[in-house]
Design a protein around this ligand. Structure first.
Ligand SMILES: Nc1ncnc2c1ncn2[C@@H]1O[C@H](COP(=O)(O)OP(=O)(O)O)[C@@H](O)[C@H]1O
Ligand SMILES: [Mg+2]
Length: 462
Protein backbone atom coordinates (compact mmCIF):
# COMPACT_ATOMS: atom_id res chain seq x y z
CA UNK A 1 0.00 0.00 0.00
CA UNK A 2 1.34 3.40 -0.95
CA UNK A 3 2.22 5.57 2.00
CA UNK A 4 -0.18 8.49 2.19
CA UNK A 5 1.35 11.73 3.34
CA UNK A 6 -0.29 14.03 5.77
CA UNK A 7 0.28 17.71 6.40
CA UNK A 8 -0.87 20.28 8.90
CA UNK A 9 -2.98 23.14 7.58
CA UNK A 10 -3.83 26.34 9.41
CA UNK A 11 -7.64 26.66 9.61
CA UNK A 12 -7.30 30.43 9.70
CA UNK A 13 -4.93 31.34 6.85
CA UNK A 14 -4.32 28.03 5.02
CA UNK A 15 -0.59 27.83 5.81
CA UNK A 16 0.88 24.31 5.26
CA UNK A 17 3.42 22.67 7.48
CA UNK A 18 4.83 19.13 7.34
CA UNK A 19 4.76 18.86 11.14
CA UNK A 20 2.55 20.08 13.95
CA UNK A 21 3.15 23.61 15.21
CA UNK A 22 1.37 25.15 18.18
CA UNK A 23 1.38 28.56 16.59
CA UNK A 24 0.95 29.38 12.91
CA UNK A 25 4.10 31.16 11.72
CA UNK A 26 2.10 32.91 9.02
CA UNK A 27 -0.88 34.44 10.83
CA UNK A 28 0.32 34.01 14.41
CA UNK A 29 -2.80 32.26 15.72
CA UNK A 30 -2.48 29.48 18.30
CA UNK A 31 -3.85 25.93 17.89
CA UNK A 32 -5.16 26.49 14.38
CA UNK A 33 -3.10 23.78 12.63
CA UNK A 34 -5.09 20.62 11.85
CA UNK A 35 -3.80 17.44 10.21
CA UNK A 36 -5.05 16.68 6.69
CA UNK A 37 -4.28 13.99 4.15
CA UNK A 38 -2.11 15.57 1.46
CA UNK A 39 -3.89 15.69 -1.89
CA UNK A 40 -1.88 15.22 -5.09
CA UNK A 41 -0.99 18.66 -6.43
CA UNK A 42 -1.35 17.86 -10.13
CA UNK A 43 -4.89 16.56 -10.12
CA UNK A 44 -6.49 19.86 -9.09
CA UNK A 45 -4.85 21.92 -11.81
CA UNK A 46 -5.90 19.38 -14.46
CA UNK A 47 -9.50 19.38 -13.31
CA UNK A 48 -9.58 23.13 -13.53
CA UNK A 49 -8.49 23.30 -17.16
CA UNK A 50 -10.17 20.24 -18.66
CA UNK A 51 -13.94 19.88 -18.96
CA UNK A 52 -15.41 17.22 -16.70
CA UNK A 53 -16.69 14.04 -18.28
CA UNK A 54 -19.95 12.43 -17.21
CA UNK A 55 -20.29 8.68 -16.65
CA UNK A 56 -21.84 8.39 -20.10
CA UNK A 57 -18.68 9.83 -21.66
CA UNK A 58 -20.11 13.19 -22.73
CA UNK A 59 -18.62 16.47 -21.64
CA UNK A 60 -20.42 18.53 -19.03
CA UNK A 61 -21.46 21.81 -20.61
CA UNK A 62 -23.39 24.83 -19.39
CA UNK A 63 -27.11 24.25 -19.93
CA UNK A 64 -30.09 26.55 -20.32
CA UNK A 65 -32.16 26.51 -17.14
CA UNK A 66 -35.38 26.03 -19.12
CA UNK A 67 -33.90 22.98 -20.90
CA UNK A 68 -32.71 21.13 -17.79
CA UNK A 69 -34.55 17.84 -17.51
CA UNK A 70 -35.95 17.18 -14.05
CA UNK A 71 -35.82 13.65 -12.74
CA UNK A 72 -37.95 13.06 -9.68
CA UNK A 73 -35.57 11.58 -7.09
CA UNK A 74 -36.81 8.09 -6.31
CA UNK A 75 -37.22 7.66 -2.58
CA UNK A 76 -36.91 4.52 -0.53
CA UNK A 77 -39.75 4.40 1.96
CA UNK A 78 -39.07 2.78 5.31
CA UNK A 79 -41.87 1.42 7.46
CA UNK A 80 -41.30 4.30 9.88
CA UNK A 81 -43.51 6.99 8.39
CA UNK A 82 -42.20 9.54 10.89
CA UNK A 83 -38.65 8.99 9.62
CA UNK A 84 -39.78 9.21 6.00
CA UNK A 85 -41.41 12.54 6.67
CA UNK A 86 -38.37 14.03 8.40
CA UNK A 87 -36.21 12.93 5.47
CA UNK A 88 -38.56 14.76 3.10
CA UNK A 89 -40.53 11.74 1.88
CA UNK A 90 -38.14 8.83 2.24
CA UNK A 91 -34.46 7.96 1.87
CA UNK A 92 -32.71 9.43 -1.18
CA UNK A 93 -30.38 6.74 -2.62
CA UNK A 94 -26.73 7.82 -2.55
CA UNK A 95 -27.22 10.41 0.16
CA UNK A 96 -25.19 10.87 3.32
CA UNK A 97 -27.30 11.34 6.43
CA UNK A 98 -25.84 12.38 9.77
CA UNK A 99 -27.79 11.56 12.93
CA UNK A 100 -26.73 13.37 16.08
CA UNK A 101 -27.95 13.00 19.63
CA UNK A 102 -27.06 12.50 23.27
CA UNK A 103 -25.70 9.12 24.36
CA UNK A 104 -28.42 6.59 25.11
CA UNK A 105 -31.11 8.53 23.28
CA UNK A 106 -31.65 5.71 20.79
CA UNK A 107 -29.57 6.45 17.68
CA UNK A 108 -28.26 2.90 17.40
CA UNK A 109 -31.72 1.52 18.10
CA UNK A 110 -33.29 3.63 15.36
CA UNK A 111 -30.64 2.73 12.80
CA UNK A 112 -30.78 -0.96 13.69
CA UNK A 113 -34.55 -1.00 13.16
CA UNK A 114 -34.24 0.91 9.90
CA UNK A 115 -31.43 -1.42 8.76
CA UNK A 116 -33.65 -4.43 9.39
CA UNK A 117 -36.44 -2.95 7.31
CA UNK A 118 -34.05 -2.03 4.49
CA UNK A 119 -32.41 -5.47 4.51
CA UNK A 120 -35.82 -7.13 4.26
CA UNK A 121 -37.05 -5.21 1.28
CA UNK A 122 -34.65 -2.77 -0.28
CA UNK A 123 -31.17 -4.23 -0.53
CA UNK A 124 -27.97 -5.18 1.27
CA UNK A 125 -27.06 -3.45 4.53
CA UNK A 126 -23.65 -3.20 6.20
CA UNK A 127 -23.80 -2.05 9.80
CA UNK A 128 -20.34 -0.89 10.89
CA UNK A 129 -20.02 -0.40 14.62
CA UNK A 130 -17.01 1.05 16.36
CA UNK A 131 -18.74 1.08 19.72
CA UNK A 132 -20.32 -2.31 20.22
CA UNK A 133 -19.33 -5.90 19.49
CA UNK A 134 -21.29 -8.05 17.05
CA UNK A 135 -22.70 -9.99 20.02
CA UNK A 136 -23.98 -6.85 21.66
CA UNK A 137 -25.65 -5.73 18.46
CA UNK A 138 -27.09 -9.19 17.89
CA UNK A 139 -28.59 -9.16 21.38
CA UNK A 140 -30.22 -5.82 20.72
CA UNK A 141 -31.42 -7.00 17.31
CA UNK A 142 -33.07 -10.03 18.95
CA UNK A 143 -34.80 -7.80 21.50
CA UNK A 144 -36.06 -5.53 18.73
CA UNK A 145 -36.93 -8.48 16.51
CA UNK A 146 -34.71 -7.21 13.71
CA UNK A 147 -33.27 -9.54 11.09
CA UNK A 148 -32.91 -10.03 7.36
CA UNK A 149 -30.94 -12.14 4.89
CA UNK A 150 -28.99 -9.18 3.60
CA UNK A 151 -28.02 -7.72 6.96
CA UNK A 152 -24.26 -7.73 7.69
CA UNK A 153 -22.68 -6.68 11.00
CA UNK A 154 -19.12 -5.45 11.05
CA UNK A 155 -17.41 -4.28 14.25
CA UNK A 156 -14.48 -2.24 12.87
CA UNK A 157 -12.96 1.22 13.21
CA UNK A 158 -10.25 1.18 10.52
CA UNK A 159 -11.47 3.08 7.47
CA UNK A 160 -9.12 1.30 5.07
CA UNK A 161 -10.53 -2.09 6.09
CA UNK A 162 -14.05 -0.74 5.96
CA UNK A 163 -13.60 0.61 2.43
CA UNK A 164 -12.10 -2.72 1.28
CA UNK A 165 -15.05 -4.61 2.70
CA UNK A 166 -17.52 -2.25 1.12
CA UNK A 167 -15.97 -2.75 -2.31
CA UNK A 168 -16.20 -6.54 -1.88
CA UNK A 169 -19.61 -6.75 -0.26
CA UNK A 170 -21.21 -4.02 -2.40
CA UNK A 171 -23.91 -3.01 0.07
CA UNK A 172 -26.70 -0.60 -0.85
CA UNK A 173 -26.76 0.90 2.62
CA UNK A 174 -23.92 1.50 5.06
CA UNK A 175 -24.41 2.50 8.69
CA UNK A 176 -21.44 4.03 10.51
CA UNK A 177 -21.90 4.01 14.30
CA UNK A 178 -20.22 6.38 15.11
CA UNK A 179 -18.07 8.78 13.08
CA UNK A 180 -16.06 9.68 16.20
CA UNK A 181 -14.82 6.10 16.61
CA UNK A 182 -13.64 5.66 13.01
CA UNK A 183 -10.06 6.34 12.02
CA UNK A 184 -7.87 6.87 8.99
CA UNK A 185 -4.80 4.77 9.84
CA UNK A 186 -2.45 7.05 7.85
CA UNK A 187 -3.11 9.98 10.10
CA UNK A 188 -1.29 10.47 13.35
CA UNK A 189 -4.07 12.59 14.88
CA UNK A 190 -6.04 10.94 17.68
CA UNK A 191 -9.29 9.08 16.99
CA UNK A 192 -12.21 11.47 17.34
CA UNK A 193 -10.09 14.56 16.62
CA UNK A 194 -11.25 17.23 14.19
CA UNK A 195 -8.74 16.06 11.57
CA UNK A 196 -9.83 12.40 11.77
CA UNK A 197 -13.54 13.16 11.71
CA UNK A 198 -13.15 15.37 8.69
CA UNK A 199 -11.16 12.86 6.65
CA UNK A 200 -13.49 10.01 7.63
CA UNK A 201 -16.51 12.05 6.55
CA UNK A 202 -14.86 13.05 3.29
CA UNK A 203 -14.17 9.36 2.61
CA UNK A 204 -17.77 8.40 3.36
CA UNK A 205 -19.05 11.22 1.16
CA UNK A 206 -16.97 9.91 -1.70
CA UNK A 207 -18.26 6.37 -1.12
CA UNK A 208 -21.82 7.60 -1.19
CA UNK A 209 -21.44 9.75 -4.29
CA UNK A 210 -19.31 7.50 -6.47
CA UNK A 211 -21.03 4.18 -5.73
CA UNK A 212 -24.54 5.41 -5.04
CA UNK A 213 -24.44 3.91 -1.55
CA UNK A 214 -26.70 5.47 1.05
CA UNK A 215 -24.70 6.16 4.18
CA UNK A 216 -26.10 6.84 7.65
CA UNK A 217 -23.58 8.27 10.08
CA UNK A 218 -24.05 8.54 13.83
CA UNK A 219 -22.43 11.60 15.39
CA UNK A 220 -22.02 12.24 19.09
CA UNK A 221 -23.11 15.48 20.58
CA UNK A 222 -20.93 17.73 22.73
CA UNK A 223 -21.95 19.22 26.06
CA UNK A 224 -23.11 22.35 24.26
CA UNK A 225 -25.46 20.30 22.08
CA UNK A 226 -23.62 20.56 18.75
CA UNK A 227 -22.39 17.50 16.90
CA UNK A 228 -18.85 16.85 18.15
CA UNK A 229 -16.29 17.74 15.53
CA UNK A 230 -16.05 20.69 13.24
CA UNK A 231 -19.08 22.50 11.89
CA UNK A 232 -17.68 21.53 8.49
CA UNK A 233 -19.05 18.03 9.16
CA UNK A 234 -22.58 19.41 8.88
CA UNK A 235 -21.66 21.27 5.69
CA UNK A 236 -20.28 18.15 4.02
CA UNK A 237 -23.25 15.84 4.48
CA UNK A 238 -26.62 16.01 2.68
CA UNK A 239 -28.88 15.76 5.67
CA UNK A 240 -28.42 16.41 9.37
CA UNK A 241 -30.96 14.97 11.80
CA UNK A 242 -30.99 15.45 15.56
CA UNK A 243 -32.51 12.86 17.82
CA UNK A 244 -33.71 14.56 20.98
CA UNK A 245 -35.70 13.79 24.06
CA UNK A 246 -35.58 13.36 27.75
CA UNK A 247 -33.70 10.35 29.11
CA UNK A 248 -36.33 10.03 31.82
CA UNK A 249 -39.25 10.06 29.45
CA UNK A 250 -40.06 7.60 26.76
CA UNK A 251 -40.73 9.73 23.74
CA UNK A 252 -38.10 11.00 21.31
CA UNK A 253 -38.16 13.69 18.67
CA UNK A 254 -36.29 13.42 15.39
CA UNK A 255 -35.65 16.82 13.86
CA UNK A 256 -34.11 17.80 10.53
CA UNK A 257 -31.56 20.60 10.92
CA UNK A 258 -30.32 20.50 7.35
CA UNK A 259 -31.79 18.69 4.36
CA UNK A 260 -30.74 18.98 0.74
CA UNK A 261 -33.78 16.93 -0.27
CA UNK A 262 -36.59 18.39 1.78
CA UNK A 263 -37.85 20.83 4.34
CA UNK A 264 -36.13 21.24 7.70
CA UNK A 265 -39.38 22.03 9.45
CA UNK A 266 -40.56 18.50 9.94
CA UNK A 267 -40.26 16.49 13.12
CA UNK A 268 -40.91 12.85 13.79
CA UNK A 269 -42.09 11.65 17.18
CA UNK A 270 -41.28 8.21 18.53
CA UNK A 271 -41.77 6.35 21.74
CA UNK A 272 -38.97 4.20 23.17
CA UNK A 273 -40.28 0.83 24.29
CA UNK A 274 -38.56 -2.42 25.17
CA UNK A 275 -39.54 -3.64 21.72
CA UNK A 276 -37.88 -0.59 20.13
CA UNK A 277 -38.97 2.75 18.79
CA UNK A 278 -42.60 3.02 17.80
CA UNK A 279 -44.19 5.95 16.03
CA UNK A 280 -46.44 8.38 17.83
CA UNK A 281 -49.12 9.39 15.39
CA UNK A 282 -51.08 11.61 17.75
CA UNK A 283 -48.57 13.63 19.77
CA UNK A 284 -51.11 16.06 21.25
CA UNK A 285 -52.76 13.28 23.22
CA UNK A 286 -49.37 12.19 24.52
CA UNK A 287 -48.46 15.67 25.74
CA UNK A 288 -51.83 16.31 27.41
CA UNK A 289 -52.13 12.84 28.93
CA UNK A 290 -51.19 13.80 32.49
CA UNK A 291 -52.99 17.13 32.68
CA UNK A 292 -54.58 17.70 36.09
CA UNK A 293 -58.26 18.68 36.28
CA UNK A 294 -58.90 22.12 37.77
CA UNK A 295 -55.26 23.00 38.44
CA UNK A 296 -54.19 26.64 38.50
CA UNK A 297 -51.16 27.90 36.59
CA UNK A 298 -51.89 25.81 33.53
CA UNK A 299 -52.83 26.77 29.98
CA UNK A 300 -52.80 24.81 26.75
CA UNK A 301 -51.28 26.19 23.57
CA UNK A 302 -51.39 24.88 20.02
CA UNK A 303 -47.78 25.18 18.93
CA UNK A 304 -46.48 24.38 15.50
CA UNK A 305 -43.63 21.94 15.05
CA UNK A 306 -42.74 22.15 11.41
CA UNK A 307 -46.01 21.84 9.58
CA UNK A 308 -47.55 19.97 12.42
CA UNK A 309 -49.69 21.47 15.18
CA UNK A 310 -49.11 20.04 18.64
CA UNK A 311 -51.05 20.82 21.80
CA UNK A 312 -48.84 21.36 24.80
CA UNK A 313 -49.65 22.31 28.37
CA UNK A 314 -47.71 25.30 29.70
CA UNK A 315 -47.35 25.46 33.46
CA UNK A 316 -46.46 28.38 35.69
CA UNK A 317 -45.83 28.56 39.40
CA UNK A 318 -45.68 32.05 40.88
CA UNK A 319 -44.70 32.27 44.56
CA UNK A 320 -43.54 35.19 46.75
CA UNK A 321 -39.76 35.62 46.82
CA UNK A 322 -38.46 34.65 50.22
CA UNK A 323 -34.91 35.89 49.93
CA UNK A 324 -32.97 38.24 47.64
CA UNK A 325 -33.83 38.82 44.02
CA UNK A 326 -36.86 37.27 42.38
CA UNK A 327 -36.02 34.11 40.44
CA UNK A 328 -37.25 33.18 36.99
CA UNK A 329 -36.68 29.57 36.02
CA UNK A 330 -37.78 28.02 32.73
CA UNK A 331 -37.83 24.48 31.38
CA UNK A 332 -38.35 24.01 27.66
CA UNK A 333 -39.10 27.72 27.20
CA UNK A 334 -36.96 30.68 26.25
CA UNK A 335 -35.90 32.66 29.32
CA UNK A 336 -36.00 36.01 27.50
CA UNK A 337 -39.48 35.38 26.19
CA UNK A 338 -40.71 34.67 29.71
CA UNK A 339 -39.05 37.82 31.12
CA UNK A 340 -40.65 39.88 28.38
CA UNK A 341 -44.11 38.48 29.00
CA UNK A 342 -43.79 39.06 32.73
CA UNK A 343 -42.82 42.67 32.06
CA UNK A 344 -45.84 43.10 29.76
CA UNK A 345 -48.12 41.59 32.43
CA UNK A 346 -46.71 43.96 35.01
CA UNK A 347 -47.07 47.07 32.90
CA UNK A 348 -50.22 46.34 30.89
CA UNK A 349 -52.27 44.09 33.16
CA UNK A 350 -51.21 45.57 36.49
CA UNK A 351 -49.76 42.41 38.03
CA UNK A 352 -47.13 42.96 40.72
CA UNK A 353 -44.56 40.32 39.76
CA UNK A 354 -41.26 41.88 40.79
CA UNK A 355 -41.37 40.32 44.27
CA UNK A 356 -42.51 36.95 42.98
CA UNK A 357 -40.47 33.95 41.93
CA UNK A 358 -41.73 32.37 38.72
CA UNK A 359 -41.12 28.85 37.45
CA UNK A 360 -42.31 28.02 33.95
CA UNK A 361 -42.36 24.77 32.13
CA UNK A 362 -43.57 23.23 28.92
CA UNK A 363 -45.03 19.98 30.29
CA UNK A 364 -43.81 16.69 28.93
CA UNK A 365 -40.27 17.89 28.25
CA UNK A 366 -40.89 19.50 24.85
CA UNK A 367 -39.00 22.61 23.82
CA UNK A 368 -41.13 25.42 22.47
CA UNK A 369 -39.81 28.55 20.88
CA UNK A 370 -42.28 30.41 18.75
CA UNK A 371 -44.18 33.66 19.32
CA UNK A 372 -47.62 31.99 19.21
CA UNK A 373 -47.13 30.57 22.72
CA UNK A 374 -47.05 34.05 24.33
CA UNK A 375 -50.74 34.30 25.15
CA UNK A 376 -50.86 30.88 26.79
CA UNK A 377 -47.74 31.74 28.80
CA UNK A 378 -49.37 34.95 30.03
CA UNK A 379 -52.59 33.12 30.92
CA UNK A 380 -50.74 30.42 32.88
CA UNK A 381 -48.80 33.09 34.81
CA UNK A 382 -51.96 35.03 35.65
CA UNK A 383 -53.73 31.81 36.61
CA UNK A 384 -51.01 30.91 39.10
CA UNK A 385 -50.65 34.47 40.42
CA UNK A 386 -54.37 34.80 41.10
CA UNK A 387 -54.74 31.15 42.03
CA UNK A 388 -57.67 31.00 39.66
CA UNK A 389 -58.08 28.27 37.06
CA UNK A 390 -59.17 28.70 33.47
CA UNK A 391 -61.73 26.48 31.82
CA UNK A 392 -60.37 22.99 31.23
CA UNK A 393 -61.65 23.08 27.65
CA UNK A 394 -59.95 26.39 26.67
CA UNK A 395 -56.78 26.80 24.69
CA UNK A 396 -54.80 29.86 23.64
CA UNK A 397 -52.96 30.99 20.51
CA UNK A 398 -51.32 34.38 19.99
CA UNK A 399 -48.18 36.48 20.11
CA UNK A 400 -47.97 39.35 22.60
CA UNK A 401 -46.64 42.77 21.64
CA UNK A 402 -44.99 45.14 24.09
CA UNK A 403 -48.07 47.35 24.16
CA UNK A 404 -50.21 44.45 25.31
CA UNK A 405 -51.74 43.73 21.91
CA UNK A 406 -52.35 40.20 20.68
CA UNK A 407 -50.62 39.78 17.33
CA UNK A 408 -51.50 37.39 14.55
CA UNK A 409 -49.69 34.09 14.04
CA UNK A 410 -49.11 31.70 11.13
CA UNK A 411 -51.13 28.60 10.20
CA UNK A 412 -54.13 29.55 12.34
CA UNK A 413 -56.51 27.20 10.55
CA UNK A 414 -54.38 24.13 11.17
CA UNK A 415 -53.93 25.03 14.82
CA UNK A 416 -57.66 25.52 15.43
CA UNK A 417 -58.46 22.27 13.60
CA UNK A 418 -56.06 20.36 15.85
CA UNK A 419 -57.57 21.90 19.00
CA UNK A 420 -61.05 20.92 17.82
CA UNK A 421 -59.85 17.40 16.99
CA UNK A 422 -58.49 16.86 20.50
CA UNK A 423 -61.81 18.00 21.95
CA UNK A 424 -61.22 21.58 23.12
CA UNK A 425 -64.41 23.62 23.21
CA UNK A 426 -63.04 27.16 23.02
CA UNK A 427 -59.92 28.61 21.46
CA UNK A 428 -58.58 32.15 21.85
CA UNK A 429 -56.99 33.49 18.68
CA UNK A 430 -55.69 36.93 17.61
CA UNK A 431 -58.50 39.11 16.24
CA UNK A 432 -56.45 39.80 13.11
CA UNK A 433 -56.28 36.11 12.33
CA UNK A 434 -60.05 35.88 11.92
CA UNK A 435 -61.03 36.03 8.31
CA UNK A 436 -61.62 33.90 5.32
CA UNK A 437 -60.92 30.46 6.66
CA UNK A 438 -63.15 27.61 7.58
CA UNK A 439 -63.93 27.54 11.30
CA UNK A 440 -64.72 24.03 12.56
CA UNK A 441 -68.27 23.80 13.89
CA UNK A 442 -67.44 21.96 17.10
CA UNK A 443 -65.23 24.66 18.63
CA UNK A 444 -65.91 28.26 19.62
CA UNK A 445 -63.30 30.62 18.18
CA UNK A 446 -62.80 33.82 20.21
CA UNK A 447 -60.89 36.65 18.53
CA UNK A 448 -59.01 38.89 20.96
CA UNK A 449 -57.27 42.21 20.31
CA UNK A 450 -55.51 42.79 23.61
CA UNK A 451 -54.09 40.83 26.50
CA UNK A 452 -56.56 42.41 28.92
CA UNK A 453 -59.50 41.43 26.77
CA UNK A 454 -58.23 37.84 26.67
CA UNK A 455 -57.72 37.74 30.44
CA UNK A 456 -61.23 39.11 31.08
CA UNK A 457 -62.79 36.47 28.87
CA UNK A 458 -60.66 33.64 30.24
CA UNK A 459 -61.02 34.43 33.95
CA UNK A 460 -64.30 36.36 33.99
CA UNK A 461 -64.73 40.01 35.06
CA UNK A 462 -62.82 41.12 38.13
N1 LIG B 1 -33.13 -4.15 27.59
C1 LIG B 1 -33.69 -2.99 27.32
N2 LIG B 1 -35.01 -2.81 27.41
C2 LIG B 1 -35.59 -1.65 27.13
N3 LIG B 1 -34.94 -0.58 26.70
C3 LIG B 1 -33.62 -0.68 26.57
C4 LIG B 1 -32.92 -1.87 26.87
N4 LIG B 1 -31.63 -1.64 26.62
C5 LIG B 1 -31.53 -0.38 26.20
N5 LIG B 1 -32.72 0.21 26.17
C6 LIG B 1 -33.03 1.57 25.75
O1 LIG B 1 -32.24 1.91 24.66
C7 LIG B 1 -31.51 3.09 24.92
C8 LIG B 1 -30.12 3.01 24.31
O2 LIG B 1 -30.29 3.28 23.00
P1 LIG B 1 -29.09 3.34 21.96
O3 LIG B 1 -29.73 3.12 20.65
O4 LIG B 1 -27.98 2.45 22.39
O5 LIG B 1 -28.64 4.85 22.14
P2 LIG B 1 -27.45 5.62 21.40
O6 LIG B 1 -26.99 4.78 20.29
O7 LIG B 1 -28.11 6.89 20.98
O8 LIG B 1 -26.43 5.86 22.44
C9 LIG B 1 -31.41 3.19 26.41
O9 LIG B 1 -31.35 4.51 26.84
C10 LIG B 1 -32.69 2.53 26.85
O10 LIG B 1 -33.71 3.49 26.93
MG1 LIG C 1 -25.14 3.84 20.09
Amino acid sequence: MAKVKTQYVCQNCGYNSPRYLGRCPNCGNWNTLVEEIQKKETSTSKVATQPRITLGGSRIQPELLDKVAVHETPRVKTELLELNRVLGGGIVPGSLVLIGGDPGIGKSTLLLQVSGQLAHKHGRVLYVSGEESATQIKMRADRLDVGGDEFYLYPETDMTAIKENISQLKPDYVIIDSVQTMQEPEMSSAVGSVAQIREVTADLMQLAKTNGITVFVVGHVTKGGAIAGPKILEHMVDTVLYFEGDQQRTYRILRAVKNRFGSTNEIGIFEMRTSGLTEVTNPSELFLEERLQGATGSAVVVSLEGTRPILVELQALVTPTSFGNAKRTTTGLDHNRVSLIMAVLEKRAGLLLQNQDAYLKAAGGVKLDEPAIDLALAVSLVSSYRDQETRQSDCFIGELGLTGEVRSVTHIEQRVMEAAKIGFKRVFVPQNNLGDWQVPTNIEVVGVKTLNQALKLAFGER
